[in-house]
Design a protein around this ligand. Structure first.
Ligand SMILES: [Zn+2]
Length: 415
């Protein structure tokens, strides 16, 4: 994944989580055989809920697109969340009660759109080809590159960069003409296809593991899992509470639960059966002492005959980044963890501290493959702010979930 992605990654997935389903949608007016690239583009973007068709099942690829609509699909591409609340916009023609206000605010904040004048946005105006290209070039973080090219017109540099980056593949750019929905879809899809934008989905473009590890994974063969116990590290109160960062009012046991809860949602969505050690944030696992509490956590997985145990913790003690622990290397747990750790580093952009071994009680006492994620350092301000944010928590949860899918896909050739 390109470096720039780390900067523009946010949580598009929140939206998809609550959607009924995320299967590919086909549209009655797009023919896969006669318009394969349009089909591929629209299919990808609609599957990932970046754009949608009309209620009658059509897409209407030849229609034009307003600046408000363009703002929406660009915002969705960059991780817009439903609960987003932006700064006040300076545009008198973008009223707060309009459906597009937040999308425009989001895209404006990300500096991928501008007004037509300091006080006007012209939301209902149609987007021209060069305007849309500019938006996408800005969205992939290449505005500076475009500006530095100069050229005869304001858009010359944007078109040049777009061409160099392959964004215009399959599109005939007609400068100053209104762009069609179909062409906008293709331009945006090219940005995803060429890895300049990323989506938190299993269809994203993952980096392969190191060869040596891949060989090992193949050697031991696939471990199948269906019932997963998620262990939100530490108790809410009493004994075995977690680390703290008093300056930021951060408590490990709250953050681990938030991540665990998001992971639960995602894994259930993916068809796994999930059991939580701490069902609610305020829950405590009983025990006379810390050792017993930890054994009881493993006990929940053992009693339920879980296939996999995932414990979530936050690090402390000076350092930064994310790491995954297993009891022994060259085990199923190790194989799975390598995928999880890779996906975690990829999704979060945090320092990759690798997979390590340790004899943590939850790892030694569990009767099934188990791994423990230390997701950032609570006593490192940068890490702590990240893991306290909803975006960060989702990215960590998605990293874990993605790692599990990557592991499975490595056996089916889908990886
Ligand atoms: Zn901990």
């Amino acid at each position: 994944m390109k470096k720039i992605l780390a900067m523009i990654i946010t949580v598009f997935m929140v939206f998809s989580l609550f959607a009924e389903c995320s299967f590919a949608k086909s549209f009655s007016d797009i023919n896969e055989d006669s318009q394969p690239f349009l089909f591929e583009s629209v299919d990808y973007l609609s599957e990932n809920e970046i754009l949608s068709g009309y209620d009658d099942g059509t897409f209407k690829a030849d229609r034009n697109i307003t600046r408000a609509e363009a703002s929406k699909i660009l915002a969705n591409s960059l991780g817009y969340e439903e609960d987003y609340e932006g700064e006040d916009l300076p545009f008198t023609d973008v009223p707060k009660n309009q459906w597009y206000y937040n999308y425009i605010a989001y895209a404006y904040e990300k500096e991928i759109i501008n007004g037509m004048s300091p006080k006007e946005f012209w939301p209902q105006d149609n987007v021209t080809y060069e305007q849309f290209v500019k938006m996408v070039v800005c969205a992939i973080g290449e505005e500076y590159e475009a500006l530095s090219k100069g050229g005869a017109n304001w858009y010359t540099g944007y078109l040049e960069v777009a061409d160099e980056k392959g964004l215009l593949e399959g599109v005939t750019v007609r400068v100053k003409e209104k762009a069609t929905r179909g062409d906008c879809a293709k331009i945006l899809y090219n940005a995803f296809k060429n890895d300049y934008l990323a989506i938190f989905k299993y269809t994203s473009f993952e980096e392969p593991l190191e060869e040596e590890i891949e060989e090992f994974v193949k050697e031991v063969g696939e471990y199948e899992f269906e019932r997963i116990v998620i262990d939100a590290g530490h108790n809410y109160s009493g004994i075995d509470t977690g680390a703290e960062n008093p300056d930021l009012e951060a408590f490990e046991q709250e953050i681990t639960w938030e991540i665990a809860d998001k992971l639960r949602e995602i894994l259930e969505d993916n068809g796994y059966e999930v059991i939580m050690t701490r069902e609610e944030m305020e829950d405590n696992i009983e025990g006379e002492d810390v050792m017993e509490v930890l054994k009881n956590r493993a006990g929940i997985a053992n009693e339920n005959e879980a296939d996999l145990f995932i414990s979530i913790h936050i690090n402390a003690g000076g350092g930064t980044g994310i790491e995954t622990y297993v009891f022994r290397d060259k085990t199923y747990a190790y194989a799975i963890s390598e995928f999880v750790q890779t996906a975690l580093a990829d999704h979060t952009g945090m320092t990759d501290r690798g997979v390590k071994t340790n004899d943590y009680v939850v790892l030694t006492e569990t009767a099934m493959p188990a791994f423990l994620v230390e997701a950032g350092f609570i006593d490192r301000e940068e890490d702590c702010e990240y893991i306290m944010s909803v975006d960060g928590q989702y990215e960590i949860a998605w990293g874990i979930a993605q790692g599990l899918e990557d592991y499975r896909n490595s056996f089916t050739g889908g990886y």
